[in-house]
Design a protein around this ligand. Sequence first.
Ligand SMILES: *[C@@H]1O[C@H](CO)[C@@H](O)[C@H](O)[C@H]1NC(C)=O
Ligand SMILES: CC(=O)N[C@H]1CO[C@H](CO)[C@@H](O)[C@@H]1O
Length: 267
Amino acid sequence: MKVVAFSWPIKARMLVSVASWLFLMLSHGASLVRGEVMITEVAAKSSRSTCLGRDWVEIHNPNATAPVDLFTGGYVLHDDKGVTNEQAFFFPPGTVLQPGEYRIWCTKSEPREESPQFGIGRQDTVTLAAVSSASSSVEVGTGRAMGLYQVVSSTGPLPYITVMDGFDVSYAWDSTTGRYEYTSTPTPGAGNVLTPVGSTAEQIAALKTQLTAQNDLGAVFFNMDDRGLSVPDGMDTVLDLRLVMVEDDYSYLLQNASYEVYRPFQS
Ligand SMILES: *[C@@H]1O[C@H](CO)[C@@H](O)[C@H](O)[C@H]1NC(C)=O
Ligand SMILES: CC(=O)N[C@H]1CO[C@H](CO)[C@@H](O)[C@@H]1O
């Protein structure tokens, strides 16, 4: 026999939250007028600098003249656990996307009312849904809240790809092909730039090029090549630091060469 793993307290809480949200929405005089907004970009942990490394979702209002109110429009953002999951995210009052705006939401952040609390897992699906305009006649108490919503925009399951650590990647809408693709040039909060992610070999080559360029900059700045010798176009020495160390400590430094080694010095 199959046991339905759905405890009553959670179910009750969920229904109360949907019901109170609907009430809040209606009490704000919401008319369920909405525009054509869409999910334009999502990042599943692989975009490092944005949102302190957390996942993020970008939503775009392509309309050039009309703002879209995500609260009064009855929008909800959820992952593949669906709109009835506790972590489905209801936009708070005053969430208005201006004409042409791209805005990102960091997941699992504070305050919780302003951040989707679901993570975007491998092959997860991120969906933007909205309360169906026919919802006034639907009984929220039946628990079939699913029927209240219609999908507005969905990424579909995020395809699995190999992405090296240290490589910035997002899954972005390509308006020229009408499909989502991975790009190695994430553009959180702005129009997408599609740059194919490439094979593992190509990622390694790109990373090497990037690191070599960074190393070359460092060689000029520190006026020191890989062997510690000065370089032709190196910058002038600004600070000449001389330390006197005990022989053992000095040899320890040489034997344990690393960017961070702690040893006492005499003067
Ligand atoms: C922008 O929104 C307005 C108001 O909802 C609508 O009349 C218009 O058709 C929309 N424009 C586009 C290009 O969708
Ligand atoms: C932390 C560490 O790696 N220490 C090493 C430094 O070098 C000496 C001599 O080779 C080693 O004995 C230590 O283990």
